[in-house]
Write a protein that binds this ligand. Structure first.
Ligand code: DGL
Length: 268
């Protein structure tokens, strides 16, 4: 039993979709969330920068005495997980492997689609994780850069979102995938729109859910879960305090965010 919080970080507010799943699946766990809102997006940056940013996020979370770290950002998970796992001495989980596992278990026709930021798609991290589990699968990846700003503008269910999804996913439909991995923190908010475009026969996989289940397994295996019956505490930190975090953050999390604290990430 370990009452210390789980540390979660993301390039901004998108990682709250992962916090939402953690809250649902592990209601007893305290959580410290850091959103790097001053330096979002990570998805268009170089590997070198994403690795440096990820290390700073982790050092900040360590200062909050966390017992494990979840990299909620698909881009940061794709690019920095291998490196930071070697540098830091605590369990660190990204969203790629748990997402890949669910997708592999879901596909019947052995054809999986992956959508994500440019950096995530360029890294081929999902492809590698999927092939590692089953080398016989066919994988089709497409970067969908406009989805993040569309969601942050609050336009997830608009005509603009639908037209954009149609444009991006036209080729994906031609590949007749039966499973589509939503490889970016923001895409679960576009689930209805993407579902309309892909059709009911395509299963949309949100890696956040598999990630929450895997966090539970890690905590139990290591004996560091929190079975304290007290109400869990959630603390939210950001590197820049715009209005957006509280306003849109609530829709990512599915509940109101009452208090957010700003920190100087460059100090870490
Ligand atoms: N959180 C990022 C991801 O999941 C999306 C936003 C960004 O580009 O930083 O890849």
């Amino acid at each position: 039993m370990d009452k210390r919080p789980i540390g979660v970080f993301d390039s901004g507010l998108g990682g709250l979709t992962v916090v939402k799943e953690l809250m649902e699946h592990l209601p007893g766990e305290n959580i410290v969330y850091f959103g790097d809102t001053a330096r979002v997006p990570y998805g268009t940056r170089s590997n070198e920068t994403v690795i440096r940013y990820s290390q700073q996020c982790i050092r900040f979370l360590l200062s909050q005495d966390v017992k494990m770290i979840v990299i909620a950002c698909n881009t940061a998970s794709s690019i920095s997980l291998d490196i930071v796992s070697k540098v830091f001495d605590l369990p660190i989980l990204g969203v790629i492997e748990p997402g890949a596992e669910v997708a592999v278990a879901s596909t019947k026709n052995k054809r999986i689609g992956v959508i994500g930021t440019q950096a995530t798609v360029r890294s081929k991290a999902y492809e590698k994780a999927i092939r590692h589990l089953d080398p016989t699968l066919s994988i089709f990846s497409i970067p969908c850069s406009l989805f993040v700003p569309i969601v942050e503008e609050g336009w997830s269910d608009s005509k603009i979102a639908l037209l954009t999804a149609e444009r991006y996913l036209d080729n994906m439909k031609n590949e007749v995938v039966d499973t589509l991995l939503l490889g970016c923190t923001h895409y679960p908010l576009l689930q209805d729109t993407i579902g309309k475009v892909m059709g009911p026969s395509v299963r949309l996989v949100n890696p956040a859910e598999g990630t929450a289940l895997e966090v539970g397994r890690i905590l139990r295996t290591r004996g560091i879960y929190n079975n304290d019956k007290k109400e869990a505490k959630y603390n939210f930190f950001v590197s820049d305090l715009g209005d957006k975090f509280k306003d849109i953050g609530g829709s990512f999390l599915g509940k109101e965010i009452k208090h957010v604290q700003k920190i100087d990430i460059e100090k870490y």
